[in-house]
Design a protein around this ligand. Structure first.
Ligand code: ARG
Length: 459
């Protein structure tokens, strides 16, 4: 029969519903690697400090390796009646090595133990997310390189605004992902702070050496206040926020893919692998993957709110409410990672309908700014130049023409500064090429941006 770690003064059995409410093993079992790694580091420190004998410390470490091996192999005897991962590991350790197992928990509490486990897990997960973000960036860059010269309408208010390069549009998401990666790296600095040594809440009477434990785990920082150390979940909230913002970025791109794949836009075709059909309308190709990525943003935002709500009313220090920190953290991570892993191949399989993008650029007077700029460059105040261009748009619209289809006489009647070179200025290629201010969409700048991205992403 497995023992509760806290059984000592209890004589009556726990209510079975309470037991179910209390149990966290069904989700915290995924902390097993971190729990064992942390316990090994703790045992080594206890040995080094002479708190435990070197034999006991060694027996514990070897025993923990054996438990880990069982868990990795999948033949670990998980049990319904043991409440959490810490209980499972310690209980099994006792079965394997006997009495010495009971010394592992010296100078430690589950309060600082679980805080460390979650910190270790979050640090590992940040690394995994960073790799997936880099892969998403590479998929965006590859697509941008493949369609480097394709001109498409740029939008504001979802109204056609100015022509730009599709590559420029895609690179905007690469920038978002850089910030996501920086945000995670910054978050990792606050994740990798050792809470062990806080014990239950006030510190411990044993001569522990948290720096040694930190070093063993590859971290540089240790707790400064034991009460904060056991109750702080800011790192977890920050991590979920970083996930929520990644998911938001994915969702914005997903929304564009949904729009672009509609017949109304018809800018792209999503690969079969990322689309579905309709059970009733045979003609349909639905962008389900993109829609799900957009939809799952709701749950990641929910994870953030769940954790913030758990934290908001908690008095210091550890409260069992904190057990509720894990599921939102895990869910946010799982969701974002899945979505990143779908987004990258979905982009790689995208067919770009460059001709349709090009057609769309021709309709909607996207070169009206060019006409205004042309006049302003010849001395007309921009406000007046804008008014002249607006009149040209009105005329063209009335006759169902594009600006470049108005004849020279008509244009010159609008303003005498307009010369025959206006037609060159009105081409969309020129409109793109001339946008060479820092961060602009000109061919030259976008080519440079692609080269830089390549250098940074394919080291
Ligand atoms: N399962 C618990 C949690 O996730 C472990 C810590 C329990 N600590 C305690 N004092 N009951 O928070």
């Amino acid at each position: 029969m497995g023992q509760k770690l806290w059984q000592g003064r209890f004589h009556e059995p726990t209510n079975s519903l309470m037991e179910r409410l209390n149990a966290s093993i069904h989700f915290d079992k995924r902390l097993f690697r971190q729990d064992i790694k942390a316990s090994k580091a703790h045992a080594a420190m206890l040995g080094a400090q002479g708190i435990l004998s070197e034999e006991d410390a060694r027996a514990i470490r070897d025993g923990l390796d054996a438990v880990l091996a069982e868990m990795e192999r999948g033949d670990f005897p998980w049990r319904e009646d043991l409440e959490d991962i810490h209980t499972h590991v310690e209980n099994r350790l006792k079965e394997l090595i006997g009495e010495a197992a009971g010394r592992l928990h010296t100078a430690r509490s589950r309060n600082d133990q679980v805080a460390l486990d979650l910190r270790l897990w979050t640090a590992d997960s940040i690394e995994e997310l960073d790799l997936a973000l880099a892969e998403w960036q590479r998929a965006l860059v590859e697509l941008a390189e493949k369609y480097g010269q394709v001109i498409m309408p740029g939008y504001t208010h979802l109204q056609r605004a100015q022509p730009l390069l599709l590559a420029h549009h895609l690179l905007a998401y690469v920038e978002m992902a850089w910030r996501d990666r920086q945000r995670l790296a910054d978050c990792a600095r606050r994740v990798k702070v050792l809470p062990l040594g806080a014990a239950a809440l006030a510190g411990t009477t044993y001569s522990v050496n948290p720096e040694l434990v930190a070093r063993e785990l590859g971290w540089d920082e240790i707790l400064t206040n034991s009460m904060d150390a056991v109750s702080d979940r800011d790192f977890a909230a920050e991590f979920i926020f970083a996930c929520a913002l990644i998911q938001t970025h994915l969702s914005r791109l997903a929304e564009e893919l949904v729009l672009w794949s509609s017949s109304e836009f018809d800018f792209i075709r999503l690969a079969d692998a990322f689309s579905t059909g309709s059970s009733i309308m045979p003609q349909k190709r639905n962008p389900d993957a993109a829609e799900l990525i957009r939809g799952k943003t709701g749950r990641v935002n929910g994870d953030l709110l769940a954790l913030l709500t758990v934290l908001k009313g908690l008095p210091l220090t550890y409260n069992k409410d904190l057990q509720e920190d894990k599921e939102p953290v895990f869910d946010a991570f799982d969701t974002v990672l899945d979505c990143l892993k779908v987004m990258a191949p979905m982009l790689r399989g995208l067919e770009i309908k460059a001709g349709n993008m090009r057609q769309a650029v021709k309709k909607g007077f996207l070169n009206a700014t060019e006409l205004a700029d042309y006049l302003a460059a010849r001395g007309l105040p921009f406000r007046e130049a804008h008014a002249v261009a607006a009149r040209a748009v009105t005329l063209a619209e009335r006759d169902g023409l594009a600006l470049e289809e108005l004849n020279l006489e008509t244009l010159q009647a609008l303003h005498q500064l307009i010369g025959p070179d206006i037609y060159e200025a009105l081409t969309h290629e020129r409109a793109v090429a001339r946008r060479s201010s820092p961060g602009g969409t000109s061919y030259a700048l976008v080519a440079q941006a692609l080269t830089r991205a390549r250098e940074k992403l394919w080291l």
